[in-house]
Design a protein around this ligand. Structure first.
Ligand code: GLC
Length: 709
């Protein structure tokens, strides 16, 4: 008999239920404060895992209570949200997604796992895989952006990075794919709000990253706070038990979100905490994060026949199996993970990741900065804002480890006079600094204007109904622009911002997001031309909040926008196009694409097609280009999106270099969910669209025929 089965047989019902309880140690706060005597609960065998705790001593003290102080000595696991680094902080996921580089995504997760495991962490509540198309939603910062394929690739990469070859490997930590599912479609972009999307949207957009996570061997999954068509995800038996467990064969642990089981009462589907506990357990939720519903009410639910002991056993078994896979029974203190690592090497990776996450949105060739520049005025509230560079969800990161934009520029340009004035606060109403900032800027050769959000303005519980610059920043920017000195604007934010007025007037604008520890050096590398910017937008950038939701993979309409016809789909007061499309991003070079062809031009429903295009870097810089391949099923039994991303390649070109680039697609790239949500390929004509962003007028197109045989 296995160790877990033997252990289960020796456990009392209370001890089994205790394994289903996940409580915070409070070293950081990530949800409503619930008073729990954690130490006493651990001693009583009523805790299966502890989260929001790190550090070898603290972990060892808690583990000692469980592994040595309880009747059976079942060890705890230790969970923590590690979204973009543990000690060394990398760019927020939305920024890093713009690198379109799964190897980079894996490498930063691997480093985070090494650092976290070193301090006793054995599970992370990441990757966050919520496809999001609404920048009002603050959690868009935490995820892969708007595209399901990018989310799929990020899921695979991050899980490989966190879990390494096997969970029992010394520095592996269990990954938790979250938030299952469609949390990013919250009504009006307001966090936690109800979600009402079609079954088709589920299968085309929101489920694919979780299927990929399960196929990648993800150890755990966390349902979202949201309800989906009236059913809270924490009680969604069809999607948890039928889709994840039965259809996908997911055998890992399902962990509720923070107090989400108790929130079934607020959702209006449970009359009290006992009902809530029974609903969640029956739906397939194994662990209760912070509701205390399982430990306090499952005994009553069992007594009343609301749940079966078999449900408790199944949940406890999965938790114990996870601990066994993590090696916690043999090494509860994870001593094997205590090996030293090079923080300097991790910070170099952070610098590279940050450079590769910076999106050059516009540039009239003022960038890279001329070597003749002698006086730079660095203006704005984000210029020397150390803590903001961390972005939301910064785990054990520390503001003092961050290099500010001002520091980065001063370090990179020792022979340049670099002056600084904040000019205004990020969100306060004080405009008294604007005039002195303008006075200081007036004598500069160039102004680097550092604008954006505070890190707390994105992430959880941080939706914004107006996505412009907060506080008096627009007034500062306009007064600075009025000086006539050339302005390079940097936007530090967790979301696209509605700043078309700034793009029209600044000489260059960069989305620098929240880049983590090495923000300042990375930004200086780009502004000085030491690094040629290569990131592309993983999310469409709206002109105004009124365009939201706005995304490239939209379906057509019977009346597509046509300037010559009033009765077409449009706004009276704005163009229908975004400010910048998905995939947008400039570099200091320019790659020209030509001669798109497919071979063969006809394939059968089980064939493959090679897509080939010629590309030349006609610029003077070496450049790393991302070339996207989109597909459109022109006529189908169900209207297909105008374009769907099916692949991309990243190519480094030396100045003047020409390359022939090829990408192979298998026929299943042309399938879509049929009326029963089963993948189906319909013979017919498909457009193949290839280019550098998702703006159709910038793409080369050709046709592929899929024959019925
Ligand atoms: C939060 C978040 C979730 C996180 C959890 C634990 O409420 O929704 O993403 O993993 O609590 O911190």
């Amino acid at each position: 008999m296995s160790r877990v089965e033997s252990l289960l047989r020796s456990m009392t019902i209370e001890e089994k239920i205790g394994q289903l309880n996940l409580v915070t140690a409070g070293q950081t706060v990530t949800g409503p404060v619930v008073h729990v005597e954690t130490t006493a609960e651990i001693r009583a065998g009523r805790v299966g895992g502890v989260f929001n705790l790190w550090g070898r001593e603290a972990m060892a003290a808690a583990q000692k209570l469980a592994a040595e102080g309880t009747r059976l000595g079942v060890p705890l696991f230790f969970g923590l949200d590690i979204l973009h680094g543990h000690r060394t902080i990398f760019p927020i996921p939305l920024a890093e997604a713009g690198a379109f580089d799964p190897l980079l995504w894996e490498r930063t997760a691997r480093v985070a796992a090494i650092e976290a495991a070193h301090e006793g962490v054995s599970l992370t509540f990441a990757p966050m895989l919520d496809v999001a198309r609404d920048p009002r939603w603050g959690r868009i910062a935490e995820g892969p952006g708007e595209d399901p394929l990018v989310a799929v690739k990020m899921a695979e990469a991050k899980i490989r990075g966190f879990q390494d070859r096997a969970l029992e490997a010394p520095t592996s930590i269990a990954a938790t794919a979250k938030h299952f599912c469609a949390y990013g479609a919250a009504t009006a972009g307001r966090d936690y709000a109800a979600v009402d999307v079609s079954e088709r949207a589920l299968h085309e957009i929101y489920l694919p990253p979780f299927r990929a996570a399960v196929e990648a061997g993800c150890a755990a999954i966390m349902p979202g706070f949201n309800s989906l068509a009236g059913v809270p995800m924490t009680a969604h038996a069809r999607l948890l038990r039928e889709y994840l467990r039965r259809d996908l064969g997911f055998d890992g642990v399902i962990i509720s979100d923070y107090t989400a089981i108790a929130e079934l009462i607020e959702h209006g589907v449970a009359g009290d905490l006992t009902d809530a506990a029974a609903l969640a357990l029956r739906a397939g939720v194994d662990m209760d994060m912070m509701s205390m519903a399982y430990v306090r009410r499952l005994p009553e639910a069992l007594a009343r026949g609301l749940v079966d002991l078999a449900d408790v056993d199944a949940a406890a078994r999965r938790v114990l199996l996870l601990k066994e896979r993590l090696g916690l029974f043999d090494d509860p203190y994870r001593s094997i993970a205590a090996g030293e690592y090079s923080r300097a090497a991790h910070r170099e990776l952070a610098r590279d990741a940050a450079r590769r996450s910076i999106t050059l949105l516009s540039n009239d060739d003022i960038l890279p900065l001329s070597a003749d520049v002698r006086r730079i005025a660095v203006i704005g509230p984000l210029a020397d804002a150390r803590a903001e560079m961390l972005g939301p969800w910064y785990s054990a990161g520390a503001a003092e480890d961050c290099v500010t934009i001002l520091e980065g520029l001063r370090f990179a340009l020792p022979n340049c006079e670099v002056v600084f004035h904040a000019g205004a606060g990020i969100e306060d109403d004080d405009a008294s600094g604007i005039a002195p900032a303008c006075d200081m800027a007036a004598g500069a050769d160039v102004i680097v204007l550092c604008l954006g959000e505070a890190e707390k303005m994105s992430g959880e519980a941080a939706s914004r109904a107006m996505i412009g610059l907060p506080g008096r920043q627009r007034e500062l920017a306009e007064r600075i622009l009025a000086t006539g000195v050339p302005v390079v604007a940097l936007l530090s934010s967790g979301r696209p911002l509605a700043v078309s007025w700034l793009v029209e007037r600044a000489r260059a604008v960069l989305a620098t997001w929240f880049l983590g520890d090495m923000a300042g050096h990375a930004i200086a590398d780009v502004l000085t031309g030491r690094y040629n910017p290569s990131a592309r937008l993983a999310v469409t950038w709206p002109r105004e909040v009124g365009q939201i939701p706005i995304f490239y993979a939209s379906r057509s309409t019977g009346r597509p926008w046509n300037a010559d016809n009033r009765y077409t789909s449009r706004y009276l007061d704005l163009p229908v196009e975004p400010l910048f499309p998905f995939g947008h991003g400039l570099s200091y070079s320019h790659v020209v694409l030509s001669n798109l062809r497919v071979a063969p031009s006809d394939i059968s429903a089980d064939g493959t097609v090679e897509i080939v295009i010629d590309a030349q870097n006609i610029g003077a810089f070496e450049t790393e280009e991302t070339i996207f391949v989109f597909v459109r099923d022109v006529v189908a039994s169900i209207a297909r999106p105008l374009m769907e991303l099916k692949g991309w390649v990243k190519i480094v070109f030396s100045p003047g270099e020409s390359r022939t680039v090829a990408l192979t697609l298998s026929a299943d790239s042309f399938s879509f969910p049929d009326e029963n949500m089963k993948p189906k390929i319909e013979p017919g004509q498909f457009e193949i669209l290839v280019g550098l962003d998702a703006d159709r007028k910038n793409l080369l197109a050709t046709v592929l025929n899929i024959t019925s045989t």
